[in-house]
Design a binder for this molecule. Structure first.
Ligand code: ADP
Length: 398
């Protein structure tokens, strides 16, 4: 029977997963990639194999109301597909590692408890990430689990880039800018020498534009700054998060509107951004297809903010050699890419509109001073690489 290993990326309403298989001693190959979406509302399982062939696409029992039930549903699908398979390890995406954890770690109960303390810093992700570890621990207590942190790739930023300019006594306990989406940036940095060798060692801005969105400034393949900070609320406008906000607004919510901390948290994490501006949807594809002025304004603000933050990181890098788009919006929306590139033309980005519309890898003209690219991200493969390396397994090949 083949050996298997899993990668889990557990969110509030979805569980994304990859199943890797080892048909012989050397190779790890991806056997399935899928997700359970709509947890607690209308749960649905969809899975494809490495060639894109559908392995499952069906509604799940309405009893799949939380992360534990989602893991049970996944386990039962895995059993039905690969009965008796041995699971050698499970790798997880964990959003916040705090001051203590920047490198991937093999989970222990102590680490799990430390990571629980960071839940207030990432309430939209951390509790669900950790619930998946708990659920696996209960069901497969002897299988090693590895936590890979979205903050990790950004460790090593300069002191000024990390600084939060509040009194030192307050900042001592880890109040600093961390940056997120690190697994996505690390993956892209790892393949840049193949995809765009001419800029891989240069000054690059990667725009990870998905439901969560951020920018990373890379110099020689290393992160030097990010638009996200202490929590995943800063920087770009996101699906339901506002991005950069005058802190006086938060005081106003407390003092003048009398909102509670929980209400403010809910507003900042779940009701703002594209959803808040449009009042229609948090989904970019949806907004792009609508005619209402509120939908248009939400897209306009998304583009405006992205261009403004690109300018800020270009200043950090003293100019850029390349701009790279990734994640759901970055990989799929030629319109958003076009608008951001046009707004960044002053930096030297000259968009090749045809290449952009065709979704080609390089989307800037041959004479563009700054090249622009679309590079699909693969956070799951990055987690797999870390997990395998920590557990002493061979590297996954695809
Ligand atoms: P996450 O992994 O953070 O949930 P994704 O990277 O999957 O997010 O990105 C989700 C976003 O990508 C949504 O806003 C969705 O509308 C957008 N998206 C996906 N495909 C397209 C498309 N073809 N055009 C525009 N936006 C798209």
């Amino acid at each position: 029977m083949d050996d298997h290993a899993l990668v889990l990326n557990a969110g509030s309403s979805s569980l994304k997963f990859c199943v890797f298989q080892r048909p012989n001693e050397k190779d790890w190959r991806i056997a399935a990639r899928g997700q359970i979406e709509g947890i607690g509302i209308a749960p649905r399982l969809s899975v494809k194999d490495a060639q894109g062939v559908v392995l499952a696409d069906n509604n799940l029992d309405a009893g799949v109301t939380d992360g534990h039930a989602a893991i049970d549903a996944l386990a039962s699908w895995l059993r039905s597909k690969w009965h008796g398979a041995r699971v050698l390890g499970v790798g997880h995406r964990i959003v916040h590692g705090g001051v203590r954890y920047s490198q991937p770690v093999i989970m222990t109960r102590q680490i799990l408890s430390d990571l629980h303390e960071l839940i207030p810093l990432a309430p939209l992700h951390q509790p669900y990430n950790l619930a998946a570890i708990d659920a696996v621990l209960e069901r497969l207590p002897d299988v090693p689990q590895v936590a890979c942190f979205d903050t990790g790739f950004h460790s090593g930023h300069s002191e000024v880039a990390e600084l939060i300019p509040l009194p030192r006594s307050i900042c001592k306990s880890g109040l600093r800018r961390y940056g997120f989406h690190g697994l996505s940036y690390e993956y892209i940095a790892s393949i840049l020498p193949e995809v765009a060798p001419e800029v891989a060692k240069g000054k690059v801005i990667i725009a990870h534009l998905g439901s969560g969105a951020s920018l990373c400034a890379l110099r020689d393949g290393k992160s030097v700054d990010s638009s996200l900070g202490f929590t995943a609320l800063d920087g770009l406008c996101m699906g339901t998060r506002p991005g950069a906000l005058d802190p006086g607004v938060v005081l106003y919510l407390f003092q003048s509107l009398g909102l509670t901390a929980k209400e403010v948290e809910k507003m900042l994490y779940s009701q703002s951004g594209l959803l808040g501006i449009s009042g229609i949807s948090n989904d970019m594809r949806d907004l792009l297809s609508r005619r209402e002025p509120e939908a248009r304004l939400a897209v306009d603000y998304f583009v405006y903010r992205a261009a403004k933050e690109i300018g800020a990181l270009a200043a950090v890098l003293s100019g850029i050699d390349a701009l790279i788009f990734t994640a759901g919006i970055g990989e799929n929306s030629s319109e958003v890419r076009r608008r951001i590139c046009e707004a960044s033309s002053w930096l030297g980005v000259d968009l090749d509109t045809k290449a952009n519309a065709n979704g080609e890898s390089r989307i800037s003209t041959a004479q563009s001073k700054v090249s622009a690219w679309v590079v699909p991200t693969n956070e799951e493969l990055m987690i797999a690489r870390h997990t395998w390396s920590l557990l002493g397994l061979m590297k996954p090949v695809s």
